[in-house]
Design a protein around this ligand. Structure first.
Ligand code: IPD
Ligand code: CA
Ligand code: CA
Length: 266
């Protein structure tokens, strides 16, 4: 499997930040038992990982824009390219010692995501995709699952929580989905949910109120794995709406219909 020079830069940045997160994750497991907990330490781990990714990417392409969750938007002179980075997706998992988190790096060209890397250092799983070249988990080519009936499917979602999201709307989506599928999961790192759909582990995924850095790398992975992605209304304004539905051709359609079903009697 041949990677372009740009994808190699992204992979190196993700592996380097992943190493730093891995070290800090070990410390989080110790801090779990302290009264103060690992909160401040995790914020530092997050910032450190973003600095590593930022420095690696900007060293290779100093003129590109950079959008990172922690540091916000930094404008470059290039005009066509933008890095979109979540240095630690799945912070709540990380904070609680749960090994489901990732570094997520995407490259956007003229408003379209053209390459993506998602790395979970706790499992050593590296997901990569470039437009037109397929999607990979480590060195293995991946494809979305082939199931056609939603009743056979395991799907994941995001669950709103204290101070976040529209609880009532989500409960309606959940109520309709749980009556149609074989299982629902909530893993807590949106980038990895998308990567799991690309790898055929999950048949579908939906979530609202996400940011571009949660989704960007995952979008190209899904498309290159033969899957479909849209916003929750069926359009392509995924970053604008902050919502996403993913699956193969059949499940993407079926899941979109189910989560948008009106409440009976209204
Ligand atoms: C969060 C995770 C989570 C999703 C949240 C995101 P963070 O990102 O992706 O799965 O449900 O909405 O904000 O805060 O851990 O980078
Ligand atoms: Ca995130
Ligand atoms: Ca984050």
């Amino acid at each position: 499997m041949a990677r372009s020079a740009l994808l190699n830069v992204m992979v190196q940045a993700a592996l380097k930040a992943g190493k730093s997160l891995s070290r800090d994750f070990g410390e989080v497991q110790n801090l779990q038992v302290s009264v103060k907990g690992p909160g401040d330490f995790v914020s530092q781990a997050d910032l450190k990982a973003e600095k590593i990714v930022h420095d690696e990417l900007m060293k290779a392409r100093p003129t590109y824009d950079f959008l990172g969750e922690e540091g916000g938007e930094e404008k470059g002179s290039d005009g066509a390219h933008r890095w979109i980075v979540d240095p630690l997706d799945g912070t709540t998992n990380f904070l609680h010692g749960i090994p489901q988190f990732a570094v997520s790096i995407a490259l956007e060209r003229n408003g379209e995501v053209v390459a993506g890397v998602i790395f979970n250092p706790a499992t050593d799983e590296l997901y990569t995709a470039e437009r037109g070249s397929g999607a990979f988990l480590n060195d293995r080519r991946i494809r979305v699952a082939a199931r056609k009936q939603i009743t056979d499917c395991v799907v994941s979602c995001g669950v709103p929580h204290l101070g976040r999201g529209n609880h009532g709307k989500f409960l309606v989506e959940l109520r309709h989905t749980m009556g149609e599928v074989a299982g629902i999961r909530r893993f807590g790192a949106a980038s990895l949910d998308l990567a799991y759909v690309a790898a055929g582990r999950l048949d579908g995924f939906w979530e609202a109120e996400l940011a571009p850095w949660d989704m960007a790398a995952g979008l190209v992975l899904i498309r290159e794995a033969g899957g479909f992605v849209s916003d929750m209304k069926g359009g392509q304004d995924i970053f604008g709406t902050g919502s996403v539905v993913a699956g193969n051709e059949y499940i993407h359609k079926a899941l979109s219909e189910v989560i948008n079903r009106p409440i009976p009697g209204r």
